[in-house]
Write a protein that binds this ligand. Structure first.
Ligand code: CP
Ligand code: NVA
Length: 315
């Protein structure tokens, strides 16, 4: 593996190996052990958008593995692609550091960095996808129910970057996912088609025994959560969409994860959120703070997955 830009860059086997390595390193570090596989190595972390979890977990993961990280804001370097072309940034950074991680608005920025860098490049969230989050999420699901195969997750809200990466991860790992979004905010049809194609190849379905699609969409949130083991939500207003805030908040009415919605779900359903949560919008404070919530396990697992990813790419 040379890059981690999209879940689809990896085979199901590679994703399984990353999950196994995450668990191994989690156990090692929880028991006081250390793996200094990145001793003397440096990661450049470029952020066009704010971050708490991603920034800190990558920085801690680099320190844990014996390396170091440099945080770069666009204003420090005169803007991404402004003071100099992205392809030049990629080639210059490759002469100094052993890996580049980037959170950008346009997905094309990380793909261009990867095309010209000679060191590994990691997508730390773009408007298109958030693969590191999806991997921490499936790690969390596996911990909570002991398996991934056939586990059903209901994603309530915006068919956004987080939903897309989760759909691809579910398809690659044999899970089922239903996305409930208001009309006009569904995940794009091409991503749904691709996810179902991946899942079909994985389960080696034939035309004769064609099963129902494993990644589906609906506009009915209550219907989506029936028999779901996990309910997932994310902000209605992603970074970069602030101008649409009022309209989005009105359009997503009825898609809040709240006590009323949970009446349609199994009593022991687990609630997930990539965070930050906007209480009173996509989720209520009551649900965030409930015993069913596993969102802080997800946040912790960002660190455990990041260690495994960095070891795999830069070790
Ligand atoms: N979930 C997530 O990526 O959080 P940050 O934006 O704080 O990194
Ligand atoms: N969909 C959100 C995720 C934040 C972690 C965004 O892109 O802002």
């Amino acid at each position: 593996m040379k890059v981690f830009l999209c879940i689809n860059d990896c085979s199901s086997e590679q994703l399984g190996e990353l999950l196994a390595e995450s668990k191994e390193l989690k156990n090692l570090y929880k028991s006081g052990g250390r793996d200094l596989c990145l001793s003397g190595k440096t990661l450049a972390m470029l952020f066009e958008k704010p971050s708490l979890r991603t920034r800190i977990s990558f920085q801690v993961a680099m320190t844990d593995l014996g390396g170091s990280a440099i945080y770069v804001k666009p204003e420090d370097i005169g803007g991404v692609g402004k003071r100099e072309p992205i392809k030049d940034m990629a080639r210059v950074l490759s002469r100094y550091v052993d890996g580049i991680m980037a959170r950008t608005f346009e997905h094309g920025t990380v793909t261009e960095l990867a095309a010209f860098a000679t060191v590994p490049v990691i997508n730390a969230l773009t408007d298109f996808s958030h693969p590191c989050q999806a991997m921490a999420d499936v790690l969390t699901i596996a911990e909570h129910c002991g398996q991934l195969e056939s586990v059903k997750i209901a994603f309530i809200g915006d068919g956004n970057n987080v939903a897309r990466s989760l759909a691809f991860a579910c398809a690659k790992l044999g899970m089922k996912m239903v996305i409930a979004a208001p009309a006009g905010y569904e995940l794009d049809a091409e991503s749904i088609r691709k996810a179902n194609q991946i899942s079909e190849v994985r389960s080696q379905k034939t035309e004769d025994r064609k099963e129902a699609d494993t990644i589906v969409q609906t506009n009915d949130a209550a219907k989506a959560v029936v028999d779901a083991r996990f309910i997932y939500t994310d902000t209605w207003v992603s970074m970069g969409q602030e101008d649409e805030k009022q309209k989005r908040r009105a359009d997503f009415e009825g898609f809040q994860v709240n006590a009323e919605l949970l009446k349609s779900a199994p009593a022991d359903v687990k609630i997930m959120h990539c965070l930050p949560a906007h209480r009173g919008y996509e989720i209520t404070d009551e649900v965030v703070e409930s015993a069913n919530s596993i969102m802080f396990d997800q946040a912790e697992n960002r660190l455990h997955f990041q260690r495994a990813l960095l070891k795999k790419l830069m070790g």
